[in-house]
Design a binder for this molecule. Sequence first.
Ligand SMILES: NC(=O)c1ccc[n+]([C@@H]2O[C@H](COP(=O)([O-])OP(=O)(O)OC[C@H]3O[C@@H](n4cnc5c(N)ncnc54)[C@H](OP(=O)(O)O)[C@@H]3O)[C@@H](O)[C@H]2O)c1
Length: 280
Amino acid sequence: MTVGRRLGGSSRVAGRVIVVTGASRGFGLALGSALAKRGARVVLSSRTSTECEAAAAALREEGHDVTACVCDVRDRSAVQALGEAAIARYGGLDVWINNAGTSAPYGPVREVPESAFLSATRTLIDGVYFGSKTALSHFAGGDGMLVNIVGRGERSPVALQAAYASAKAWVRNFTLALAAEERSRGLAILAFQPGLMDTRLVLEPVVLPSYEHRMGALAIVSRLFGAAPELAAEALVRAIAERRSGYLAAHPWWWMLVGPLRLLTGARPARPIRARVRND
Ligand SMILES: NC(=O)c1ccc[n+]([C@@H]2O[C@H](COP(=O)([O-])OP(=O)(O)OC[C@H]3O[C@@H](n4cnc5c(N)ncnc54)[C@H](OP(=O)(O)O)[C@@H]3O)[C@@H](O)[C@H]2O)c1
């Protein structure tokens, strides 16, 4: 067992300057909170300034060193400005986490509005590219760490979720390529799979009108295999403390047994799925 694990991941996290994109809620916020509570200096970022500032203010009230910074990751200059803001505030940059994510409405490619499809891929692909380039340009020595969040579809196609799932396959391959390229510089570059979580992305999916009935399956899968985002956040804090590189999933192989166990014991009540129907 490493020192980082023994100390709950604090040892190599305290004092580090960490940027988390998409951190106003969900996994990004759970992660930002967990890092701040280990003594990291955290920049929380998202598009919506009220939500992002409220999240940072709540953590500051608890005595943690947290700054909010508005950034739409689809915008290259905004992402560069986010990196500069972190350095201006804290004097350096140690860890960058490309977490911001969204999904196009659930439905077939031929029916998903082009603007929604491209907005999702620009967030998931361009955002990760801009964030990765920015982070790599600021990591001075071999101590920096870049984390890109992967998700459903990273290894196989998912019908009716083509924008999200195929973008995650891109993120996985892009991140593993970067890890190989940057190994000689000593940087840690990690593709992290948090697993299915109870966040707005899952519990309030956007769907095309005739696909709402498909959300029943999501409710079942989420009841069986979902988890609070705090669980995956703890796994990523440990990975950051240990400077893991390559690919890591939050849950071990035996997580697949959790579903049948929950089914047998009724241990986890169903989470309501509130689908939002997109009509344009
Ligand atoms: N939930 C799951 O089961 C699951 C599973 C595997 C992977 N993931 C991945 O985990 C990450 C976080 O997802 P989540 O489940 O926590 O979703 P979420 O609760 O919907 O949170 C998404 C976050 O991203 C921000 N965001 C969205 N578009 C953005 C943009 N263009 N620029 C900057 N910020 C943006 C949102 O804030 P604003 O809207 O205010 O910008 C919010 O803070 C995503 O990469 C997702 O793909 C999730």
